[in-house]
Ligand binder design. Structure first.
Ligand code: SF4
Length: 380
């Protein structure tokens, strides 16, 4: 039996359509299919209990896909399936991702009853001319209304996601997006740089010249502008893409960045337990059929060696502003730690990382080159 990880993730593989930039695994929401998926999820969790003691997790995260697209009865069932297998006394945070316009007062009240503490809304932009072009199924007023309704239902810990560098959102509109997000007074704002995923419609549109995306320098300017406006408004950039006011961090993601374990359920969900990694295959039909016939879902599993495991955790931890205590960081061998320290000293000379006592972290300049720092550390 593998001892309890601190975090549990459920991948809800349904959306009401496919956004043009997205390559997260999801299928079109269908009530009957979602019913079968819920039954399969319950079986997966029941089977996993014999292998992983996950009953005392501290954080739960319902992502996707769009968890809020489930109807009220199914949403309540999802929350019960998970909550009934956990010790409520241990839980510090339950997050659910939602798209603007998909949460009704009934769903919000069910979420409150079932212990949801945090809602993360995918706003992406407030530009009504851009949202339909992204194939989002909401407008800016839906984001405003959703935040208001969530507050009326008693939720205080609310987050908004924004995407920097969207076609049709030049710098002045990007500034307006950030200010509009701030005007809604969320606890948390995530700012993601637009990336072109190979299987997305954006990749095809880009190739055929239908859209243009910012070059690296322009993207950095968008991200710097976000940092400047959000930090001036009192938000703390506690991770490369994440800002919190009054230390209202996303504890679930913070655990993952700190290198702690997590277990995931649902198609495409990943798990990390010690040196073991597995990821369920991104196929709802295989997931359901396998569990309906009494077998675990098909998945890819590997045991990484200790040096890879330690390097992965180190690289994740460098994403967060608290940095890494290099004196106490786990390493596979004294040689591995010495190699990391040599690399860090070299990167410090280039202004990418800085040291305070035993703690090392990215400099503000270094956050722009976080991927480079990660690959240098990983290959040390
Ligand atoms: S961005 Fe979110 S809502 Fe849009 S398709 Fe991807 S998972 Fe679904």
């Amino acid at each position: 039996m593998i001892s309890s990880p601190p975090s549990l993730y459920v991948h809800v593989p349904f959306c009401s359509g496919k956004c043009a930039y997205c390559n997260f695994y999801s299928v079109l929401y269908d009530t009957d299919l979602a019913g079968r998926w819920l039954a399969a999820l319950e079986r997966e969790m029941e089977m996993a209990r014999q292998r992983v003691a996950f009953d005392s997790v501290r954080t739960v995260y319902f992502g996707g896909g769009t968890p809020s697209v489930l109807n009220a009865v199914q949403l309540a069932r999802l929350l019960s399936i998970v909550a009934s297998r956990l010790d409520p006394g241990q839980i510090a945070e339950v997050t659910i991702e939602a798209n603007p316009g998909t949460l009704t007062p009934e769903k919000l009240s069910l979420m409150k009853e079932h212990g949801v503490t945090r809602i993360s809304f995918g706003a992406q932009t407030f530009q009504d001319r851009v949202l339909p072009a992204l194939k989002r199924r909401h407008l800016a007023r839906d984001t405003r209304d959703s935040i208001r309704q969530a507050r009326e239902a008693g939720f205080e810990n609310l987050g908004l996601d924004l995407i920097a560098g969207l076609p049709g959102v030049p710098m002045e509109l990007w500034r307006a997006d950030i200010r509009e997000a701030l005007s809604l007074a969320p606890a948390h704002i995530s700012v993601y740089a637009l990336t072109i995923e190979a299987s997305s419609e954006f990749a095809r549109w880009l190739q055929s010249g239908l859209i243009r995306i910012p070059d690296d320098d322009t993207m950095l300017a968008y991200l710097s502008e976000a940092e400047q406006i959000l930090c001036s408004a009192g938000f703390e950039r506690y991770e490369i893409s994440n800002y919190a006011s009054n230390r209202r961090y996303c504890l679930h993601n913070l655990n993952c960045w700190r290198g702690l374990e997590y277990v995931g359920f649902g198609p495409a969900a990943a798990s990390r337990l010690g040196q073991l990694r597995w990821c369920n295959r991104p196929s709802i039909s295989q997931y359901i059929e396998s569990l309906e016939s009494g077998n675990p879902p098909p998945r890819d599993e590997e045991t990484v060696d200790a040096s890879v495991d330690c390097a992965e955790r180190l690289v994740f931890a460098f994403r967060i502003s608290e940095g890494v205590d290099m004196e106490n960081v786990p390493s596979a061998s004294p040689e591995q730690k010495s190699a990391w320290l040599r690399t860090l000293n070299r990167l410090a000379g280039e202004g990418l990382v800085e040291r305070n006592g035993n703690r090392w972290r990215l400099t503000s300049f270094g956050t722009r080159f976080a991927d480079f720092v990660a690959s240098e550390l990983f290959s040390s």
